[in-house]
Design a binder for this molecule. Structure first.
Ligand code: FDA
Length: 453
């Protein structure tokens, strides 16, 4: 068995782990990053599929994501805007396709009034939430006991208004049905992005991309660490005491260190054997966190044909299989790429049918937005993170009903020398790369504090 000794061992070479490793190294500690996969980046992954460069995982950057933006600029990466010229399209409850500009969908005037009223109400509530401590909101207990769907039912009898407001958090963010998470969890999601209005505004939340793909962030962070990033090292044992840790991987490597950072999705902790076991509260907590589920669909065409029709490519409908879709053409590419998303129960249903049927149904849904040309892409690919052993869902993890107030405050608390960092436990930037970087920085600061004392 190969043996190493370091000040800190980091499990996971995603944005969180690599940020933590770089910060710790800068402060003079020795580190090693152990990554299960044969690549770095975790949920950031740019690959070439049938000749098309695709961002299989995370890709967009929004203006509030200061930690990510700082990292992008510090690494010298270039960004570009998402294509947004022309009309967006919306398919309503009546099945009719309508063009629109701006943020509010083209719905009946009374539904529009309800949507606007709900957005204002949610913005007010979100302003009272500290995304780092949503459980401290005076009504936190109550808001965490009611599902977002039930809360919306209390607010308005207008079904289409409810379906649209639910979509922004459920299908589009947590990727779970709105009855499966609490109103407090919904407020946290919005607070982590600054406001509910930000989530509604696609031009804000899906503002920019990185030329060459967002995976360059972890790739460049890993490059700085050189030989201290080891691939193909799934960690399966963590032995710990007040004196430090001994980590064992599936590839016969043992690392002794003063601290370990588990920098991966919290739903994966139960796959690791802890000796001694983690405290019972943590073990209970981990059973109340689960991943959302979404299929990111990439369809590449020989040209961005929708632009000829004056369409921006931005499309929404709570009633379509692909509830949202965008022009995702790469910087400087003559071909046109559409990206669509199929979330939660719709995604479950699609994995009950054959791959051919799945593809046909998804393209059919895209054709409802863009016309029959959408049926025949030259490259087609589905990002299926549910099948990824070292992620097991997408985009990220969230608590079940009541979990946030019951366990949230303890989510990031270290256990002896074991520290936790991941986008899935961030306040600001929650579920996003920005949150991963913030958590990487925070865990490094906490370890440096501990190392000094
Ligand atoms: P991440 O999961 O990336 O990294 C954890 C690492 O740990 C992985 O490399 C994994 O292999 C490794 N690992 C796990 N268990 C291990 C073990 N036992 N031993 C060793 N290694 C282990 N965000 C955004 O900002 N903008 C966006 O547009 C999107 N869109 C988006 C689309 C899709 C399809 C996905 C899946 C995700 C997004 N996201 C996103 C979310 C974003 O990608 C995500 O929040 C962060 O990349 C997560 O970074 P972390 O470092 O926290 O975890």
């Amino acid at each position: 068995m190969q043996q190493l000794t370091r000040d800190v061992v980091i499990v996971g070479a995603g944005a969180a782990g690599l940020t933590a490793a770089n910060e710790l190294r800068k402060a003079g500690l020795s580190v090693v990053v152990l990554e299960a996969r044969d690549r770095v980046g975790g949920r950031l992954w740019t690959d070439v599929v049938d000749g098309a460069m695709l961002e299989i995982g995370g890709q967009w950057v929004s203006p509030d994501q200061e930690a990510l933006k700082e990292t992008i600029s510090e690494l010298g990466l270039e960004t570009y805007s998402r294509y947004r010229e022309g009309d967006s399209v919306y398919i309503g409850r009546d099945g009719a396709l309508r063009r629109f500009t701006g943020e509010i969908f083209p719905v009946a005037p009374e539904t529009e009034r309800e949507i606007v009223r709900l957005i204002e109400k949610l913005d007010e509530m979100v302003a009272q939430i500290d995304p780092d401590k949503p459980w401290e909101h005076p009504d936190a207990e109550q808001l965490d006991r009611i599902s977002f769907e039930a809360w919306l039912e209390e607010q308005t009898p207008d079904q289409e208004a409810r379906d649209n407001i639910a979509l922004f958090i459920a299908g589009a963010m947590l990727t779970k049905p709105a009855y499966a998470f609490s109103a407090l969890q919904a407020l946290l999601m919005a607070a982590s992005a600054g406001s509910f209005t930000h989530l509604v505004d696609a031009d804000y939340i899906l503002d920019e991309r990185v030329v060459g793909g967002l995976q360059q962030v972890p790739l460049l962070l890993a490059e700085r660490l050189g030989d201290d990033v080891l691939l193909g090292q799934p960690v399966n044992e963590v032995h710990w005491s007040d004196d430090g840790v001994r980590i064992v991987t599936d590839a016969d490597l043992e690392v002794r260190a003063r601290f370990v950072v588990l920098a991966h999705a919290p739903i994966l902790y139960p796959w690791i054997e802890f000796q001694p076991a983690l405290p019972r509260l943590k073990q209970q907590m981990h059973q109340h966190i689960s991943m959302g589920f979404v299929i990111k669909v990439h369809a590449v065409y020989d040209r961005p044909f929708w632009r000829d029709q004056g369409l921006s490519g931005t499309a929404f409908s709570p009633y379509e299989l692909s509830h949202e879709a965008y022009d995702n053409t790469n910087h400087g590419d003559e071909r046109g790429t559409l990206v669509g998303f199929v979330s939660d129960r719709n995604a479950d249903d699609l994995f009950r049918v054959s791959p051919e049927e799945r593809k046909a149904r998804i393209l059919e849904s895209l054709s409802h937005y863009y016309g029959p040309e959408a049926l025949n892409p030259i490259v087609y690919f589905e990002s299926d993170w549910g099948a990824e052993e070292w992620t097991r869902g997408a985009y990220a993890a969230s608590f079940d009903l009541g979990g946030l107030t019951r366990y949230g405050a303890d989510l990031r608390t270290p256990v002896g020398p074991i520290h936790f960092a991941c986008s899935d436990m961030a306040g600001a930037g929650y579920q996003h790369v920005d949150g991963a970087i913030r958590m990487g920085r925070l865990v490094a600061a906490n370890i440096l504090d501990g190392a000094r004392s």
